[in-house]
Design a protein around this ligand. Sequence first.
Ligand code: HEC
Ligand code: HEC
Ligand code: HEC
Ligand code: HEC
Ligand code: HEC
Ligand code: HEC
Length: 426
Amino acid sequence: MRSFSLIFKQFSRSVLLIAGFAFLGSSAYAQGDATKGEAIFKANCTTCHKIDIRLIGPALGPTVTSDTDDKWLTKWIENNQALIAAHDKKALDIYNQYAQANMTVFTQLSDGDVANILSYVRTAWKTQQTAAAKPGASGPAAETGPSDLVIYALIGVIILAFIIILVLNKVVITLERLLEKNQGLFIEEVAVEKVAVDRFAFARKLAKNKKFVFFTLLCGTLALGSWTWITMWNTNVHQGYQPVQPIKFPHDLHAGAMKIDCQYCHSGAYKSKNASIPSLNVCMNCHKTIDRTLNSKTASPEIKKIYDALGYDPQTQKYDSTKTRPMQWIRIHNLPDFAYFNHSQHVKVAKLRCQTCHGPIETMKEVYQYSPLTMKWCVQCHKRTNVDFKGNAYYTKMEAVHNLIKEGKPVTAAMMGGIECGKCHY
Ligand code: HEC
Ligand code: HEC
Ligand code: HEC
Ligand code: HEC
Ligand code: HEC
Ligand code: HEC
C-alpha cells in the first residue's frame, strides 16, 4: 500500500500544478455559486463522491479541476447513462475504469445547479490544496519507556567494554613484541601454521588472565540476567500480536485512503465500554455494489467472503437467510477480566485519539496490537496526562463537592456520582 500512497502523493502533486494553471484561467468557467453548489453536492453526491479521495466514484476535486469541458461534465452529471448508451468515448472510459459501477442519473438538476456544483467542487479542492501545503500535521506520540533505554544502555556498555578489552590486549601484545624486538629476541613469523598456533597461544593466555575471565563471567551473568528480566516482564504481553483474520480487512484502505471515520464502524468507543466490531451489514452499505478493488478486473475473494457469510448473491442482489453464518473475527486486544477499561471514558471524556493507544491503524494492512496493554502502560499515561476539566460534567460535580467540604457541610455518596448507573453496572 505504500506504493499506492506514493503514487497518490505524486498524483496529487501534479494535480496541484494543474490546478494552479487551471486557476489562472478559471474565471472563464467558474461562474456558479459555490455556496448553493455545496448544498446540492451534499444532498446528492456525497454518498458516492468526496472532493479529495475516491469513495464509490472518483475523487471529484482533481477530476473536475483538470477537466475544463464543462459542457461534457454537465451532460455527464445530468444523465451519465445517456452518454454511456450513446457510446461516448470518454464516458465509456470512465465507466470501465470504475469497474462499471453505476452513477445515479440526475435529470432533475438544471444546468445552473450543475454549474454551482462544479464551482463548489473547484473551490473546495483549491482550499484543501492550500491547507495541505501548510506543514504541521504530526503523527501520534510514540511512548518509549525508560526501561528500554536502560537495557539498550546496558548492552551498549557491555559491547564497549569488550572493544576496549580487545584494543588494550592488542596494545599489550604490540608492546611486548616491541620489547622482544628491542632485546633481539623477535623471530619473523612466516609460516601460516605458525600464525594459527600463535592464535591459540593468545586464547590460552587470555584464559589464564584472571581479570579477563572475571570480566567475561560478569558480562555473561549480566546478559543472562537482563534477558531473564525482560522475558519475565513480557510474559503474557502480546505487543505486536497479529492473528490471521477470517477476512483480510484492510484498515489502510478504509480508514487511511478512504478516510472513513473510526466511528462509522466502531461507534461503541464513543458511548460505551466496548469499541465493538461492526456487523457485516455495515460493510454492505458499500460492498453491495463494490465487489473488487480499484484496479482489479476480477471480483475480490476477500469481499466474496462477506457475501458468503450473509448468503448474498451479487448477481441477483438477493439475500438467502438460510445460508448466513456469523463472522468469527479473532480478538486482538484483550485485557484480563479483572481489569476494567472503558473506551468512552478515554475517547469521549479524556478526548484521546484512538491512535494514542492503537497506533497508526490507518496505515495497517491488518491490525496488530500496538501498545503493550500492561498495567505499567495504563499507569504511566495516567501519571503523564493532564485531565481536561472544561465542560466535563463529572468534574463540575467534584468541584461542587469540594466546595461543600470546605464549607464543612456533609457530603453523600450520591453527590459524588454514587447513583449513576455506570458506577455499579457495566
Ligand atoms: C450512486 C453513486 C454516485 C452518486 C450518487 C454520484 N456519483 Fe458521480 N460517479 C459515480 C461513479 C461510480 C462514477 C465513475 C463512472 C461510472 O462508473 O459510472 C462517477 C463519475 C462521476 C464523474 C466523472 C469523473 C471523471 O472521471 O471525469 C463526475 C464529474 C461525477 N461523477 C459527478 C457527480 C456529481 C456532481 C454527483 C451529484 C450530483 C454525483 N456524481 C453523484 C457514482 C456516483
Ligand atoms: C469500514 C469499517 C472500519 C473502519 C472505518 C475502521 N475499522 Fe477498525 N475494525 C473493523 C473490523 C471489521 C475489525 C475486525 C477485523 C480486524 O481485526 O482486522 C476491526 C478491528 C479493529 C481493531 C482491533 C480489534 C481487536 O480485535 O482488538 C482496532 C484496534 C481498530 N479496528 C481500530 C480502528 C481505528 C482506530 C479506526 C479509525 C482510524 C478504525 N478501526 C476504522 C472495521 C473498521
Ligand atoms: C464507505 C464504503 C465502504 C465500507 C463501509 C466498507 N468498504 Fe471495504 N472497500 C470499499 C472500497 C471502495 C474498496 C476498494 C478500495 C480500493 O480499491 O482502493 C474496499 C475494499 C475492501 C477490501 C479489499 C479487497 C481486496 O481484494 O483487496 C476488503 C477485504 C474489504 N473492503 C472489506 C470490507 C469489510 C469487511 C467491511 C466491513 C467491516 C468493509 N469493507 C466496509 C468501501 C467500503
Ligand atoms: C486509552 C487507550 C485507548 C484508546 C484512546 C482507545 N482504545 Fe481501543 N482498546 C484499548 C484497550 C486497553 C483495549 C482492550 C480492552 C479490553 O480487552 O477490555 C481496546 C480494545 C479495542 C477494540 C477491540 C475490543 C472492543 O473493545 O470491542 C477495538 C475495536 C478498539 N479498541 C477500537 C478503538 C477505537 C476505534 C478507538 C478510538 C475511537 C479506540 N479504540 C481508542 C485502549 C484504547
Ligand atoms: C493515553 C493515556 C491513557 C492510557 C494509555 C490509559 N488511560 Fe485511563 N485515563 C486517561 C485519562 C486522561 C483519564 C481521565 C479521564 C477523565 O477526564 O475522566 C483516564 C481515566 C481512567 C479511569 C477513570 C478514573 C476515575 O477517576 O474515574 C479508569 C478506570 C482508567 N482510565 C483505566 C485505564 C486502564 C485500565 C488503562 C490500561 C488498560 C488505561 N486507563 C490506559 C488516560 C489513559
Ligand atoms: C449503587 C449501585 C447501583 C446503582 C447506582 C444502580 N444500580 Fe442497578 N442494580 C444494582 C444492584 C446491586 C442490582 C442487583 C439487585 C438484585 O439482583 O436484586 C441492580 C439491578 C439492576 C437491574 C436489574 C437487572 C436484572 O437482571 O435483574 C437493572 C435493570 C438496573 N439495576 C438498572 C440500573 C440503572 C438503569 C441505573 C441508573 C439509573 C442503576 N441500575 C443504578 C446496583 C446499582
